[in-house]
Design a protein around this ligand. Sequence first.
Ligand SMILES: *Cc1c(COP(=O)(O)O)cnc(C)c1O
Length: 346
Amino acid sequence: MIDIPVTLSKELKTKPTVAEEGSLGFGQRFTDHMFMMEWYDGEWHNPRIEPYHRLSLDPSSSVLHYAQEIFEGLKAYRAEDGRILMFRPDANSERLNNSAKRMCMPTIDVDFNVEAMRRLVEVEKEWVPHSDGTSLYLRPTMFANDEALGVHAAKHYVYFIICSPSGAYYKEGLKPIRIRVEDKYVRAVRGGTGFAKTGGNYACSILAGDLAAQEGFAQVLWLDGEHLKYVQEVGAMNMMFVVNGKLLTADLEDTVLPGVTRRSILALAKEMGVEVEERHIAIDELIAYAESGELQEAFGTGTAAVVSPVGELCYRDKHMVIGGGNIGELTMKFYNTLTGIQWGRI
Ligand SMILES: *Cc1c(COP(=O)(O)O)cnc(C)c1O
């Protein structure tokens, strides 16, 4: 038995009513409790669940200066029979450790981390929303907290898990998005931190995202940082293409975030007998497939949207409309199967 003492909050917040669940959005409200523990003297101390609270940091706290920080994102779902299901928390815990190693941060035993999430969700089970498509989003986060300046691995870390009830990503059904292929800014380079879920990767991506948004694009599709030639991924989603019935996605190397949704869809594809290719995909190759009509479907994959159909890709002056701007058959099949598993219907 792992000892995780629980201190319950004396002032519970008002939970959203079923009617209000529709307008929850994402990451706006947080539940009554959080998991927390600290690392120093070479080990984790004092794991506990306690009332949700603000953190007090010294202005010299290392994370504020040198961005030694990693996080995760996963969901708990309420099944029709009342069970509450987390989707592959072990995969997120393993990925957290891979991010930690790259960022010189301490790892957390995978079973322990899954247990911490399970207990927190158990305490907060009334916060898991009921309506179709809603879920409780978990955000495990670790950051360096030495109270001194100086660039080196810190000796103090904080790990916490917070929970946020989330509305349905698609309120009116899946909707294809427009994406701009970014040909100036890059997100990740070989030998860098692209495969780690670390805040800095996001910080450096905001400018390109903002510029694309001003032109009406929902996301940018990143090209590789070396040649600006190979397709990598979008904001917080991996990218998949259906070409002549085959499923194509960028190979991971160390520049692409290894999405749990990506991994799950590739596994499903293999089970369904869909041929999968994980490899370098040049943007010129993709344009040629689009022009010849061989590019049948495109979609992003990530925890938030699960599957996000892409109706249009724009690269410089080329506008590629995919599948007539409609949602593809495989896209829909993956969406229905994966959400079916997540909500316990399959
Ligand atoms: C989290 C994330 C993804 C998607 O990962 P999932 O585990 O499927 O949610 C994709 N790309 C980036 C950059 C991410 O941070």
